[in-house]
Design a protein around this ligand. Sequence first.
Ligand SMILES: NC(=O)c1ccc[n+]([C@@H]2O[C@H](COP(=O)([O-])OP(=O)(O)OC[C@H]3O[C@@H](n4cnc5c(N)ncnc54)[C@H](OP(=O)(O)O)[C@@H]3O)[C@@H](O)[C@H]2O)c1
Length: 333
Amino acid sequence: MPETFQALVVDRQDTPESQTVSVRQLPWEQLPDGEVLIKVAYSSVNYKDGLASIPTGNIVRSYPMIPGIDLSGTVVSSADPRFREGQEVIATSYAIGVSHFGGYSEYARVSADWVVPLPEGLTLREAMIYGTAGLTAALSIEALERHGAAPDKGSVLVTGATGGVGGAAIAMLAAKGYRVVAGTGRPEESGYLTGLGAAEIISREEVGTGEGKPLDKQLWQAAVDSVGGGPLAAVLSKIAYGGAVAASGLTAGTAVPTTVMPFILRGVSLLGIDSVNCPMELRERVWKRMAGDLKPARLDLLVDREITLNDLPAALQDILKSNTRGRVLVRLG
Ligand SMILES: NC(=O)c1ccc[n+]([C@@H]2O[C@H](COP(=O)([O-])OP(=O)(O)OC[C@H]3O[C@@H](n4cnc5c(N)ncnc54)[C@H](OP(=O)(O)O)[C@@H]3O)[C@@H](O)[C@H]2O)c1
């Protein structure tokens, strides 16, 4: 075992302005407590990781912090009998990369309660092509299907289509046989979106800003929305009778200027999606689906680029400016 390990560290002194983001060599004893020691193979870049890297992000709970809410890797040792040396595993969210050292590190030590065995049918790399964005997309589809969504009931809208959650949702819905409408602010990425499986591409203007009618033309049986804000209000006004929207994000803002009309006149449901504290039973089941019936034939199409620790500071800035497409993979091993 090496005496030190390499990681990306976000640190600050007294003020947010003093924050630094740098690759450092850390002594072994700085790894936090936890039952499972993992040699990290891959991590990924999520919007939340971008926020963790900036002074105003309001994500990191203590400093210094190794960000990275996602990791996949191989168990080096485990004090918990549920895991064994050499086992391939995934760990995402909970306190990871927020108040507990995360995945932008050659090694991670985490609670056994946060660890998911890598399901059969996925590699460690594929697990991080998905990462939290993919898990969130799959949780959204699972919630919509529990509500009654099915491929023969009409189109499903995916907003923020060129983003991580959006791209994964398009690819998984298409793999299940749904007709997918992709809502995007980047029409120049139409080729990419149809490659993922979108049947129709519409602009952000067509999705709407939330300033239109409370009830509009009923266009979609359901929607996967990671954008929030005004666009979520617009989406709710265009969902068909009895349909649902799975809402997971806030890229366009936190305030949703809607009315009760879609809920009380069309029986539309708003389903909240949380990947951070989602119960382990649901998490494991959904990861298995991501390796099975939801797995797209060409998962690699979601990869924007594969980078190393040294490339991370720029990539974290990029995701905050929507300068990434799909998923950025971080290779540690
Ligand atoms: N609830 C959860 O557990 C959970 C889990 C993961 C992520 N999230 C949240 O989900 C959101 C998306 O995450 P992500 O990792 O997919 O981020 P991402 O890769 O940056 O994707 C966000 C996408 O939203 C669209 N967008 C950006 N600014 C917009 C605006 N002002 N109005 C409308 N659309 C806009 C862009 O797509 P187009 O250019 O194609 O429109 C962008 O690519 C974030 O808010 C994140 O915090 C929540």
